[in-house]
Design a protein around this ligand. Sequence first.
Ligand code: ARG
Length: 270
Amino acid sequence: MKKLLTLTLVLTMILSLAGCGSTSSSSSSTASNSSASDTNASSDIKTVTEGTLTMGTNAYFPPYEYYEGDSIVGIDAEIAQAVADKLGLTLKIEDMEFDSIITAVTTGKVDIGLAGMTVTEDRKKNVNFSDSYATGVQAIIVKNDSPIKTADDLAKAGVIGVQLGTTGDIYCKDDFGEDHVDEYNKGNDAVMALVSGKVDAVVIDNEPAKSYVAANDGLKILDTEYVVEDYAAAISKDNDALKDAINKALSELKADGTLDKIIAKYIQAE
Ligand code: ARG
């Protein structure tokens, strides 16, 4: 039943992506038509640095955030840019360990955490989340000849590699016990551990999983989905004005197709 629901969700996502056609327009073109007409006056919104929207992320998570030369690009970077444009703010991106992002939000180092971050009840104790802007799936990567064929088979895995502090980490520790989970600072390090045989499987979000598998021979993603989740921006509990402004910007970006366009630019519909 859960599987069916998951499949429906994924299908809906793929179909909605397939519908958006060409992705040639860049985020800078969306920047020019925001401004005076937008009702979000940046002066009402308090940010860590005046006039700036500071975003905390972990930029080793393609296609949501990754380095292209010295700049951080990807779905989250472009969505943040489009939101900042609507709010009349300059975007600044700070790269940090994924595990530090929530603390950076709660201690006022950054205004938002935008990092393909899953909404969880536990995180909600510390931060507020914006409306969701994307669906994530925890996927399982194994070597081509692995005996692990389903999520249940993970119980037979000696060790599962995960990125520290991610939902993949949390779920695997819950389901299979800490002794069976190896935590890495970067998702890619977990994948390297799989390649070198230090771990038997990696549990990580589906989209980065695809790019890791494409970049390394001999790996595959299992057909089964481990968990389906919602991605959203983490915002301080003390800044409802910012949360409201971001939600308003996000719904405008959804309504005018910008969000779909950004996602389609980075994720090819199958
Ligand atoms: N969706 C997962 C989580 O929220 C993993 C996110 C990892 N993001 C990153 N930028 N490294 O826990």
